[in-house]
Design a protein around this ligand. Structure first.
Ligand code: FIX
Ligand code: ZN
Length: 420
C-alpha cells in the first residue's frame, strides 16, 4: 500500500487531483465538430450566452426588440459594455468569461475585446475543440440530441454523428412528453404511423421511433427537462408516455432515463431562451418512479434549491437513482459548495457532483474550474477529519475517489464501465 498523505498535504493533493482528473461531462449542449453550425464557440457566442443576456438587461432600459434586432457581434459588444466595462464582472457567468480568457492565455487586463476576438479567429473549430478539451481536462462529452431538429437529423442520417469518439449522444424526448401535438406531426413526417389519440398503434410506433434513434445514435440515455409541476403517477399524457413508451424502450435497450425537473419556461417571454425560471417540484414523483421500476435506472437533477436535500435523501433509498449536477441557477459557487457538501455527507462519493450544461465550447473551462476547486476542498475536509481519527488516505485512494466522482460513477451507473 502506498504511504498515507501527511496531514499538511491533504488539501493541496485533493484540490490538485480534483482539478486534474479527466472528466466525463454527462450533460452539455455541445456538439462534435461534425455537427457544423450547431457547435457554438468563440467570443461572440460566449458573450451572448443566455445567462449573460438576462444579467445585462438588469442594467438596461432599452426595448428588448432593439437587442434582438442587433447582429450577434453587436449584441456581444452591448453585453461587454454593460457587464464588463460599466460594472465589474463578479457574477458567476461574467467572472466565468474572464476565467476562460485568462486560462486561454489572454491579457484580461487590456480589456480590449477586439484583441480577444482576433485571438479566437486564428483557430479552426477542430483546433479549438482539441485545445479547450485539453485545457479543461474534459475527456468525454455527452451532447443533447434531438432527431426532430432537421439540421441535426441530417448529420445522423448521413452517418457522421458518431465519428468523434470523445462525443456521446443523449436522446432528448421533451417534444414527446411536453408537446405531444407537435411531436405527432414530426413523427408522421418522419414516417411513423402515430396519431394524437393514445392508441396501441401509436404506442408501438413511438417505441419504434425511440428504439431506432437510440440505436442510430448509440444514445447513452433518454433525457427530458420537466416543468416543476411534474407529477407521477397522474392521469395525464406524461405518465402514459413514461409507462407505455419511455420505460419499456429504456428497459429493452438497457439505458437510463434522465429527468431534469423544476423549470418554469418563459416567465419573461421577451428574454426568449434567457426568460426561463426555476420552480419547486414534487420529489415524490421521482420516488414513485424509482419504486415502480426498480430495474430502471434514473438520472435525476432538480432545479430548485429547496428540493436538493430531499432528493439526496431519496438517493439513499433507491440504488436505481443517480443524482447529478448543480443545474443552471444552482451552478454558482455558493450552491455548488452547499450541495456538494451535503451530498457527500449523505451519499459519500456515490453521486455525480457536477455536469457543465455548456452551450458554448470554451465554457468548459470555467464551468469545470470553478466546481473542481469546490469539490476538492469539500472532500479535503472529509479526508482531514479521517486523518485526525487515524484513517490515513493514500494518493491512490484519492485518485480513485475523484475518478469516481468526475468520471467513473456515470459509466458504472450505465453499466459501461469499460468506457470510463
Ligand atoms: O433543459 C435543459 O437542458 C437546460 O439545461 C437548458 O434548457 C437551459 O437553457 C440551460 O442552458 C441551462 O443551463
Ligand atoms: Zn441542459
Amino acid at each position: 500500500m502506498s504511504a498515507f498523505i501527511p496531514f499538511g498535504n491533504i488539501r493541496e493533493t485533493a484540490v490538485r487531483l480534483a482539478q486534474t482528473t479527466p472528466v466525463t461531462d454527462m450533460h452539455t449542449h455541445l456538439y462534435a465538430p461534425e455537427f457544423g453550425e450547431l457547435l457554438l464557440w468563440g467570443i461572440d457566442e460566449l458573450l451572448t450566452y443566455h445567462y449573460l443576456i438576462s444579467e445585462s438587461f438588469r442594467w438596461s432600459t432599452e426595448e428588448y426588440d432593439q437587442f434582438w434586432s442587433m447582429t450577434k457581434r453587436e449584441q456581444a459588444d452591448w453585453i461587454w459594455q454593460k457587464l464588463f466595462i460599466e460594472h465589474s464582472p463578479v457574477s458567476e457567468a461574467a467572472s466565468g468569461f474572464i476565467t476562460v480568457l485568462h486560462r486561454m492565455g489572454l491579457d484580461v487586463s487590456s480589456r480590449n475585446l477586439d484583441d480577444y476576438r482576433q485571438a479566437f479567429e486564428s483557430r479552426t473549430t477542430e483546433q479549438q475543440v482539441d485545445m479547450i478539451m485539453e485545457l479543461a481536462k474534459v475527456k468525454k462529452i455527452v451532447m443533447t440530441n434531438d432527431p426532430f431538429d432537421p439540421v441535426e437529423r441530417k448529420v445522423w442520417l448521413e452517418g457522421n454523428g458518431k465519428k468523434d469518439d470523445r462525443f456521446y449522444a443523449a436522446l432528448r424526448v421533451d417534444g414527446l412528453l411536453n408537446d405531444w401535438p407537435n411531436a405527432v406531426n414530426s413523427l408522421v413526417e418522419l414516417g411513423y404511423d402515430v396519431e394524437a389519440e393514445w392508441t396501441e398503434r401509436t404506442k408501438q410506433e413511438t417505441r419504434r421511433f425511440l428504439a431506432e434513434w437510440i440505436e442510430r445514435m448509440d444514445a447513452l440515455y433518454l433525457a427530458v427537462s420537466m416543468t416543476g409541476d411534474f407529477q407521477y403517477p397522474a392521469e395525464d399524457h406524461r405518465s402514459r408516455m413514461i409507462d407505455d413508451v419511455m420505460v419499456p424502450v429504456c428497459q429493452q435497450l438497457n439505458i437510463p432515463f434522465a429527468l431534469m425537473i423544476g423549470v418554469r419556461r418563459k416567465v419573461n417571454p421577451e428574454l426568449r431562451l434567457a426568460g426561463d425560471m426555476s420552480m419547486r417540484s414534487d420529489v415524490s414523483a421521482v420516488e414513485a418512479l424509482c419504486r415502480k421500476y426498480p430495474n430502471q435506472k434514473f438520472l435525476i437533477t432538480m432545479l430548485a434549491r429547496e428540493n436538493q436535500h430531499e432528493l439526496t435523501v431519496l438517493a439513499r433509498k433507491f440504488r436505481n437513482l443517480m443524482i447529478f449536477g448543480c443545474w443552471w441557477f444552482l451552478h454558482i459557487e455558493s450552491m455548488v459548495e452547499e450541495m456538494t457538501r451535503f451530498r457527500v455527507e449523505l451519499l459519500g462519493t456515490s453521486m455525480i457532483p457536477q455536469h457543465s450544461d455548456c452551450r458554448v465550447f470554451e465554457q468548459l473551462i470555467y464551468k469545470w474550474d470553478h466546481s473542481r476547486t469546490i469539490i476538492g476542498n469539500v472532500i479535503a475536509d472529509k479526508y482531514e477529519r479521517l486523518h485526525r481519527s487515524g484513517w490515513g488516505v493514500t494518493e491512490d485512494e484519492m485518485k480513485r475517489d475523484f475518478d469516481d466522482l468526475l468520471n467513473r460513477n456515470f459509466w458504472r451507473f450505465l453499466g459501461r464501465e469499460a468506457e470510463a
